[in-house]
Design a protein around this ligand. Sequence first.
Ligand code: CTP
Length: 405
Amino acid sequence: MALVALGVSGGIGAYKAVEVARGLQQRGHDVAAVMTANARRFVAPLTFEAITRRRVATDQFAPGINADIDHIALASSIELLLVAPATADVIGKLANGIADDFLSSLYLATTAPLLLAPAMNTNMLSHAAVRSNLDTLAARGVRVVEPGDGYLACGWVGRGRLAEPEAIVAAADGMLRGGGAWAGRSILVTAGPTYEDLDPVRYLGNRSTGRMGYAVAEEAAARGARVLLVSGPTALEPPAGVEVTAVRSAGEMHAEVVRLAFDAGVDAVVMAAAVADYTPAAGPQAAKIRKADADLVLPLRRTPDVLADLGARRGDAPAPVLVGFAAETGDAVERARAKLVRKRVDLVVANDVTEPGAGFAVETNVATLVSDAGVEPVSRRSKRDLARVILDRIEVRLGSRSETA
Ligand code: CTP
């Protein structure tokens, strides 16, 4: 059992921090709540006191607080400082070393790792000042649970809503179990297009650049996972610390993915590759196909569906967690739902590749996550940020599986 300091700052999501405290307790952790002055406008300290059965740290100059050994010892006795919700103001203070209240002073005084769950208005979240503060903290090794999308208290619809309490708890629990939710765990990621050779000079390919899969691989490696990346032909640099297997065709990708997924006993598979559905029926010709006057008709045969094969092989076993992508042109959610069932996977990341800022050869992506838990829109963001959301969701599944195991 670890002691977690739960920092609560002044956002409407402050009430959800109560559920975070409960979730941490259910996983066997002890929670000490620390509230900023603004947080106390949203939720009464008494709520946290009743739930945590500990005095809530509110004001560093409150009479009695410095005589209370528990509070003086907090900085040295916690194993994690979790701030949920983390407002733009608190993020700014933590990034810049400002220590003008109990929470911001605690951050400087403790050597425990920091986990942030930001929550704010969409424009605030995308403001250059907030982005640069978050980058500063990330460079210092601070973990962030990505905010979700939806209706914000300010009436806007967009990104900035506090992540769901279960995702925050899963991330915190993972960090407490040593080195993060991925310590001792492995993930297989596929990326890029496949090339189906017609002859020594021609192939059938697609527009995938591999960026989405590489972003997932990089983020998983940053979280401490062993990462196996099976990559089709791309121009990207292999991410540091990732074990890369280069493949060319759908057939090769199928063979490598099945071998690695089950031999290495990975905990999750993310199929971000755009795998060709068809390959020349006669296989690649040894000699270059010469042109003739007549039209060329090229018989194609279906390639193995790698993801569906993984789903069938896994059956009802708890591992690996399977995530597929669906590049759609309209009607993305319905098709993704059908894929979820047909391929027997846990999560489908659907994107409408016709939307601006989504799909191939752009830096950002717009997606809808479809799982048996429901449909979750993820607004336009960098592929790395989308990778964070996907990994956060996988962590929730890994956590619940290890509990039931
Ligand atoms: N996939 C796969 N093996 C294939 C084709 C696709 O593993 N031979 C995986 C992709 O990596 C992706 C998901 O399946 O995770 C995409 O599903 P797919 O049914 O191929 O979707 P689309 O090709 O996008 O759509 P459609 O069903 O309309 O062909």
